[in-house]
Design a protein around this ligand. Sequence first.
Ligand SMILES: [Zn+2]
Length: 435
Amino acid sequence: MTDCGTLWYVLGMSQSLFPTRWQHDRPPSIEQFMAMFPDDYACAEHLAKKRWPNGFVCPHCGSTKGWRLETRPWVFQCSGQGGPPQGGKRCRRQTSVIAGTVMHGTHLPLRTWFLAAYLVATHSNAISALQPQPKLGLGSYKTAWLLLHKLRRAMVNPDRTPLDGAVEVDETQIAYRTSTQPVTGGGGNSPIGKVFVVAAVERLPGNKSGGIRLKAIAANNAKYLKPFVEENTALGCEIHTDGKKSYLNLPNRKHFPVTLRGSNLPAHIPFVRIHRVFANLKRWGLGTFHGFRAKHIDAYLGEFVFRWNRKRSFQSAMDTLLGIGQKLPRTIYRDIVGDTTEWRRAHQRQIFNMVSPSRLMVAKAIAARDGIALIDALDEIGPSIVKYPRKPPRRPVLPPRRVGDTRRGPRSRGAPRLPREEVEKGWLRHQRFLA
Ligand SMILES: [Zn+2]
């Protein structure tokens, strides 16, 4: 055997020894990924290229001239001359490339988001927030949890195409757990401690499955099942269900019910794909999250659908996770957890910290006298009549960067900052430049 032949033989062996699930679109190695996105600047560049493949275009005036802000590399400022709509004035409109993505309004470096998306997209199952917190160097579990939940929100694109062809639809019950108790669903068909989940899966030849959809529903009846089918399947497709009456009279779709009651046929024989989905989903929920909780079940179902539908393409998984090309609303912690008592208490503490001690003392006296809450007592006092002098800004006003300067802005965390005397020197130079 020649050397070349040996090499191909070894390569062939390695292919079969280490098979990959990434058949179409392999992810880059960790090293390659770090080299591709070394800093926020590179991440912003990637986002800008996705938004404007042919270069910057101002969404306001259509000008192709612009520059990016030095301190916030994801913000582009138009330098177009402006047309009649602006009355001949310069446009100067600022456009952020993270608007409409999951990173909208973030305080984390863009690189942290990219790394988080890489971790989530290349993981086979799912990661809980305890894992990325130390890996990404995040300060708190809450930050990591919020980051993952924001990525989960981006996993479900509202404009996705509906399932088509032959589609199996069925529903199941999944036992959930509370924050302290393990999974304790009622036995048999009991709905206690369980959530109804309806699913649809595309039939592909050879017992294979195509895309899937999942949804948690309040009750197992036509009121919830029919809207799910109409929302998630294309007009004119085939719907295969069991003999449940809730699926009868589906509008504009061909319905093929199979009555299993009275026959000896087990349900997983005619509906092999949908039972595979449910079996995987239940195993995934127990294994990764030690059981779903009712509150965030939609987010976890969305993640399962995302992982199923994009299991073999890295690039589209990354883009979807970061919300590239989507128009996501800005999401904050409160949008995800809701108005909790804990949040309200923290908010009140914040207010009390801002109030002067003397005003707080008066408010406490009023609260004790009238028997009202402290926060309401503060309202009774009304605004302060003392006018405090306004503090000058702590941050120096920075001159524009000159050729050869390597100054980094305060927004890029961890980046080396220019010593104060250097900043002042630059400011003096700028003054001379203006004079
Ligand atoms: Zn413009």
